[in-house]
Design a protein. Sequence first.
Length: 594
Amino acid sequence: MKTFEELGVAEPLLQAIREMGYEVPMPVQEEVIPLLLGNDNDVIALAQTGTGKTAAYGLPILQTTDRIRKQPQTLILCPTRELCLQIAGDLSDYSKYADDLKILPVYGGSSIDSQIKSLKKGVHIIVATPGRLLDLMNRKTVDLTAIGNVILDEADEMLNMGFSDSINAILAEVPPARNMLLFSATMPQEIARITKKYMRDPKEIVIGRKNEGNANIRHIYYLVHARDKYLALKRLVDYYPNVYGIVFCRTRKETQEIADKLIQDGYNADSLHGELSQMQRDYVMQKFRIRNLQILVATDVAARGLDVDDLTHIFHYGLPDETESYTHRSGRTGRAGKTGISIAICHIKEKRKLRDIAKIINKTFEKGTLPTGKDICEKQLVNLVDQIEKVKVNEDEIASLMPAVFRKLEWLEKEDIIKRLISLEFNRMIDYYRDADEIETVDESPSRRNDDKDDRKSHDNPRRRKTEDGYRRFFLNFGKADGLYPNQLIELINRCVPGKVPIGRIELHDNFSFFEVEKGEAQRVMDLMNSYEVEGRSISVEPAEDRNDKKNDRYDDRPKKRNAPFASPRKYGGDGFRRPPAAGYKKRKPAGRR
């Protein structure tokens, strides 16, 4: 294994990274640093999050920057505000001893005027989210003519969030003679198209295998009935007393409900989802980063770009629709050579999806057995004893207090003191698990073959899936080929239907989609959405149970590539999300009116 010196890293950078605890290069750093220190090297690096990617590209671009020339020479694109700030912070740490090197994070949610002022003063490296950078480009306030390096960090996440058009618009404005580095955890087809269009004979570096999960992560699944999912989560959190992790949920509603239940049950938890303001979001994330929270309950979209070290567990409160989402979720633990645990809490209908994920990421999922109440109490007790053994005793500080303590407890034997200490700490948990019923296990034996057939039918024909209690399921005549993804579908509903509409499960297909809304809002949603059109195409929403195979065949046969109205670039909120342009929506005239 080479050292950083042998890779060609200069002394001012070496001094900074030594102080940060960097000793030997990680595999991705050993591969990428020499390439970026050279010229005309385009690189595709497939590596999981937490493998040292920022230093892999950060050290060579810092070293090759011409500090005398006050023009942007490197452009780093990333999907979210949080990741933008994280990268800019890391680069500032690496360049601690490199004088006069200016790094500017450019993102939505902060003053664009202050960012314009910084650009006018002169910067060397821009770290940006696509939405805000496009805004600056449209205002003619950012100069990309001297860009020599373009880095796409978490490229697959940017594409999942609908940034494809923005990336194309930005790359069209940078000089063709530049190095380009694309980092991605997975390799979807859209990334392959970008590499073919903008990269010149790129060198491909794969750390692990394509689409493969981190080797330091154990993947465990627990199969329970849907009604027992929260109880299963609660037991698992209790079984790992030092847990520091994220619980991923599919919807904002479910996220808030699970967080509220955990808080009510005495856990140090909070929620992170799209209905929070940016101030609330920053507050929650700061609490989580400094470990004032043990458990963060989040949606996939809200947690994108959340870069937190030393997470011990990732909990999947239901599996995501996309395998890439599972890879990104689980990749937040087991970072920088440490181990982590990814736990999926599934019901029987998700078993096939679990097999598909395991096959794609080339990992074996261990089947877990939920701990009993006795197991949990024993684990918690051992943890308490460990803490007592390792606690630092401040002899000088407590010396004056101890005589009063000894007098108060002198009538008790040592065994009595220990018993009282344990009871003080554990009476609530002992009482809870003494009265709690054991969670019923789900049978996976061959005798379930007929049930599995039903599950396969449900998987292959989504119209047969059971709708969540209290919700109604609808068909929509737009799909992924139209640029429609979950955030765009939610936005479409919100634009057509005034007020807050509780939205449940979303299923996206190439040419059509299914979504669920609360029963009390179902008729209003259907009536209002059917009175609108997008880019001249009428919106068609109808109850899923009214659909038949022949009706869907009509949509299945439509071309997969066509005009995608929902992929048109527009800044969405303050974080660089995009939505279809407002001009594209218009009310349909009622029949008979001229």
